[in-house]
Design a protein around this ligand. Structure first.
Ligand code: BG6
Length: 487
């Protein structure tokens, strides 16, 4: 059981998809498992005219849907529902914020969290109105959901506008991947063990592959997704954050700035794209009809809300490189896509081959060692080593040491949002992106966005239920490498 001081969580976009699907279920779990919850207050904010009872009923319906039945406890729900309230606010109406202020002041807590789960176009208006209504106290925090901008200039604008009301140490930019248990485990694996560190560099590592593959399509978010695409939706944030954790130098502590300083150095070391690189080091794709788990699925262009001539990418593969001593010359292959063959998130570290084939070419000893850190669907760690095949001959073959976290640790795992929400309330910034990290990520991505914009070709089409366009294999093939799934 954890304990928390009293807080007010003011949830803009309180009836929206993210709040209903992720945030309220996460808060339900934390409330259920927290010792002292007398000081909890969660105020949903929306434009809809809803009574408190109607909002609670809506929250209950979605928690019953998204919390597994075995974890939904009636008395825990009733206690949680007692913390919920609702206030109708139009983000652009100053008067509505005065009313919100009256509700908050009825029983103010020291910690005040404003969670902006709305379109980013509203972040400025909400911040300004909160400031003008006197709602931002020194102990207030604001949580910003992605996407934070479409490019460097628009991200800067949002940061400036929010920064006019909140100090940087009050701003929590969420990347939910950083809250995932295995991402934390990756930090533990790297910095809690002496074993890997001496191998963790260009001297021993041949290449790194990071894959975030989904089987879902655009899931009713057609309009948003079509204006965003996979590069902005997944690469600029989730994939780059994972790359940072794999490649960063050991920080001196896990304090927010120590960690974020090291991640920033990785982002700044990324080799920039020239226009010519965009053609040779990136592949973009768009899914066409196919089948997932044997069931037919429509192509991207047939999805609701997608224009028939859309050129938005639903798949990206990139060869990234880092200009620093540890990693120079080691390719980091990044890949993400919707409607892929499997739901899979993993980091693969391929080590170099042994320098000399001691057992002869038929001996099979030239398969490099490999470490696979699986984030989804099941968390595991696999280390592929060479071992002798039993029998007379000296023949080797790869075997794997498997650590399955579900078998090792029983009990329910926290969802990423549970951890991140608790961290906001406790004022822990380590797992949130600092402004300079966001800037550096956009700076690296922008030439790719520009290059694709000017490219007369459309994204390469790939069949739903596959690993993406063939060109993604070609990207590695040119270096003599293969994606793990192809090898
Ligand atoms: C979100 C993206 O940030 O991450 C979605 O906007 C994507 O498009 C989702 O589906 C994937 O998250 P997870 O936790 O399901 O891997």
């Amino acid at each position: 059981m954890i304990s928390l001081d009293a807080f007010d969580l003011i949830l803009f976009g309180g009836s929206g998809d993210l709040a209903m699907r992720k945030l309220l279920p996460a808060l339900y779990f934390r409330h259920r498992d927290t010792a002292e919850t007398g000081g909890w207050r969660i105020i949903g904010i929306g434009r809809e005219d809803l009574s408190r009872e109607a909002y609670v009923a809506k929250a209950e319906a979605s928690c019953r849907k998204f919390v597994p039945a075995k974890n939904f406890d009636e008395s825990a729900w009733t206690a949680f529902a007692g913390c919920l309230d609702y206030v109708k606010v139009d983000a652009r109406e100053a008067a509505d914020f005065t009313r919100l202020g009256e509700v908050v002041e009825q029983r103010p807590a020291d910690t005040r969290v404003f969670y902006l789960a709305t379109a980013p176009s509203l972040f400025a208006a909400i911040s300004e109105n909160l400031g003008a209504a006197g709602l931002v106290t020194p102990d207030s925090r604001v949580v910003l959901e992605k996407p934070l901008g479409r490019d460097l200039a628009s991200a800067d604008k949002i940061n400036e506008e929010v920064g006019a009301v909140f100090d940087e140490h009050q701003i929590y930019r969420i990347d939910h991947y950083l809250g995932k248990e295995t991402v934390q485990n990756l930090i533990a694996l790297r910095f809690g063990n002496a074993l890997f560190e001496p191998l963790w560099s260009r001297a021993s590592v041949r290449d790194v592959q990071i894959t975030l593959a989904e089987t879902v399509g655009v899931e009713g978010r057609g309009e948003f997704y079509d204006g965003t695409g996979a590069l902005r939706d997944m690469v600029q944030n989730h994939l780059l954050q994972l790359l940072c954790i794999v490649a960063m130098e050991p920080p001196s502590s896990i304090d927010a700035d120590a960690m974020r300083d090291e991640k920033l150095k990785v982002l700044r070391a990324l080799r920039p794209f020239t226009p010519a690189d965009v053609a040779t080091r990136t592949v973009r794709g768009q899914y066409r009809a196919g089948a997932i788990d044997g069931k037919p699925v429509p192509g991207y262009l047939e999805e609701p809300g997608i224009p028939a001539d859309s050129r938005t990418e639903t798949f990206v593969a990139i060869k990234a490189e880092l200009n620093n001593w540890r990693w120079a010359g080691v390719p980091f292959y990044l890949r993400t896509g919707k409607r892929m063959q499997e739901r899979l998130a993993e980091v693969v570290v391929n080590f170099r081959e042994v320098p000399h084939a001691l057992f002869g070419h038929g001996g099979g000893d030239r398969v490099p060692n490999r470490l696979v850190i699986r984030l989804q669907p099941d968390e595991s760690l696999q280390l592929h080593l060479m071992a002798k095949v039993p029998g007379d001959e000296m023949r080797l073959r790869p075997v794997s040491l498997n650590l399955d976290f579900a078998d090792t640790y029983s009990g329910r795992q926290w969802d990423a949002y549970e951890r991140l929400l608790m961290d906001v309330i406790r004022g822990k910034l380590t797992l949130f992106m600092r402004r300079d990290e966001l800037d550096a990520a956009w700076r690296w991505i922008e030439p790719v966005l520009d290059g694709w914009e000017q490219d007369p070709n459309s994204p390469r089409s790939y069949t739903s239920g596959t690993w993406g366009p063939a060109a993604a294999s070609g990207l590695l093939g040119r270096d003599g490498h293969e994606w793990r799934q192809d090898s």
